[in-house]
Write a protein that binds this ligand. Sequence first.
Ligand code: SAH
Ligand code: TRP
Length: 339
Amino acid sequence: MGLSNSLENAPAGTRALSSRLSVLCPLDHDFLATLARDVMAGLGDQPKKLPPKYFYDDLGSQLFDRICDTPEYYQTRTEQALLERIAGGLVEEIAPTDVIELGSGAARKTRAVLDAVHRSGRPCRYVPFDVSEGMLRRSARQLLDEYEWLTVSGIVGDYDRHLSLLPPGNRRLLLFLGGTIGNSEPEEAVRFLSRVRANMGPCDRLLLGTDLVKDHAVLNAAYNDRAGVTASFNKNVLSVINGELDGHFDLARFEHVAFFEPECSQIEMHLRSTIDQTVCVDRLEMHVDFAAGETMRTEISRKFSRASVASMLAASGLELCHWFVPDNDYFALSLSKPV
Ligand code: SAH
Ligand code: TRP
């Protein structure tokens, strides 16, 4: 079947692309069923909302990658510089056998950790885990080109459902970067981190990236970049629904809205209907009415403090061991361990 000998006993869905790369793909038609269920529930809700994981089809992942380079989006640059500063110390302390990255995306920042692993001289495997197959395969191939000593075992899956597929171990460094935890509601984030915790052995460690509360003008600008990349990213969720569920959203009839909401300490992202309209989503047999000016929430991005990160971790069975911040206190990386 074209599988290499070394992977003859690999689980179904594993394909040997080369001896240094394997990719497990548990995502299948149930992804479409989950999308259908989530979209139906969200569009039927009042106020309407859409779940964020569907932003990241191939185009969405590329748009997100471009957001990271906009001058207004400070997070990626800040987290990158911070990781470069602390990676050596972390790798010395943990001596990881595996670097597992949840929501790995383009895996740009991972290089700081892999460089430190290489300097340590110990063998280590990289395990990217992402719902976006194209992005995962592209970034894995690039890393294998750049790091000839590296092996990659990717998982194309939904970390809300497929965490049990992580390779076992007990000196694993789990990365969850980019402030992605802030895209979940507080209870959902604790449920997710508790599942991650349940997968961790006593010597495993979690490095979590969280964006911090700061000047509201800086926050608002980061989600309203002048080039309009964030607006395109936000609207792309409508293209995903059009493509997967035979929806008839006209992207020109919705506009991007994003603002900081201090009470919940979160950026809220919405799509606002510019006119009265009815949109059909054929596969759901749904007709959805929008009033002119009506908004539909597509994403939140929570902004944290040291106290709110520590209590979220504690509620998930994790203990904060190191708190790393840059001079401007824009972003934090926290290292935690199972209690
Ligand atoms: N870690 C990268 C990318 C962050 S964007 C960075 O810091 O820049 C969030 C990433 O999580 C995307 O690549 C998206 O495809 C992935 N993602 C979102 N929801 C997911 C889910 N439920 N399961 C797996 N990956 C998911
Ligand atoms: N984790 C990123 C964040 O909260 C995701 C993100 C950045 C995002 N820009 C966005 C999500 C625009 C939706 C729309 O910052």
